[in-house]
Ligand binder design. Structure first.
Ligand code: ADP
Length: 207
């Protein structure tokens, strides 16, 4: 398996935006834990079958897909059911990620995990790149992207690791507070390029 660089940051920090730069500029393969989390509950999967059996048809849409809102509501006030769901999904997600990582053909891979620090993903990665922004930036960008209220973003922020905690685990940091324009885009790109070269050098010592 090639070197795995974990990429994390709080909600709206710019994880996807920056991971895409590594991919578009340098062809680095990205595995996104959020995408995998959806894949393991697609219709026909072991994951969705187990959920339907446990929670009943009420958590499925008429098309037989997972009704996320219904499931969220169901586990919201039930700690045991939430625990059951996490115990089902976490191993499925990790298994699928391990399998996908083993197939990577770029020199190293980026594993994008929103709750990397919170959920102890460190054993799966070789280094950690943290996308760092001020909470005010996270709030503004998340509100704009998702159309959610400031209160909703605040409660998500409160459920995630603090900026300081996340940074304490970082091997590398990109600050993404500057609003994107031609100049800041170039700056971001040059930071990504420096890191890419560093990761290439490190990845060759993994072979
Ligand atoms: P994450 O994946 O960490 O939740 P995204 O990459 O989706 O974050 O970024 C959150 C939102 O902010 C997106 O709408 C994205 O286009 C925008 N965004 C990201 N970086 C910047 C930036 N430097 N300046 C302005 N907008 C940005």
């Amino acid at each position: 398996m090639t070197m795995v660089v974990g990429l994390t940051g709080g909600i709206g920090s710019g994880k996807t935006t920056i991971a895409n730069l590594f991919h578009d500029q340098f062809g680095i393969e990205i595995i996104d834990a959020d995408v995998v989390a959806r894949e393991v509950v697609e219709p026909g999967t072991r994951g969705l079958n187990a959920i339907a059996e446990y929670f009943g048809e009420q958590v499925l849409t008429s098309e037989g897909e997972l009704d996320r809102a219904a499931l969220r509501e169901r586990i919201f006030s039930n700690v045991d059911e939430k625990k059951w769901l996490n115990n089902l999904l976490h191993p499925l997600i990790r298994q699928s990620i391990t399998q996908q990582l083993s197939k990577v053909s770029s020199d190293y891979s980026l594993l994008v995990v929103p709750l990397l620090v919170e959920n102890s993903w460190q054993p799966m990665i070789d280094r950690l790149l943290v996308i760092d922004v001020q909470p005010e930036t996270q709030i503004a960008r998340t509100r704009q992207r998702d159309g959610v209220s400031e209160d909703q973003v605040h409660s998500i922020l409160a459920s995630q690791a603090s900026r300081e905690e996340r940074l304490s685990f970082a091997d590398d940091v990109i600050n993404n507070d500057a609003p994107l324009n031609e100049q800041t885009k170039q700056k971001l790109l040059s930071q990504v390029t420096v890191l890419h070269k560093k990761y290439l050098a490190l990845s060759h010592s993994y072979l």
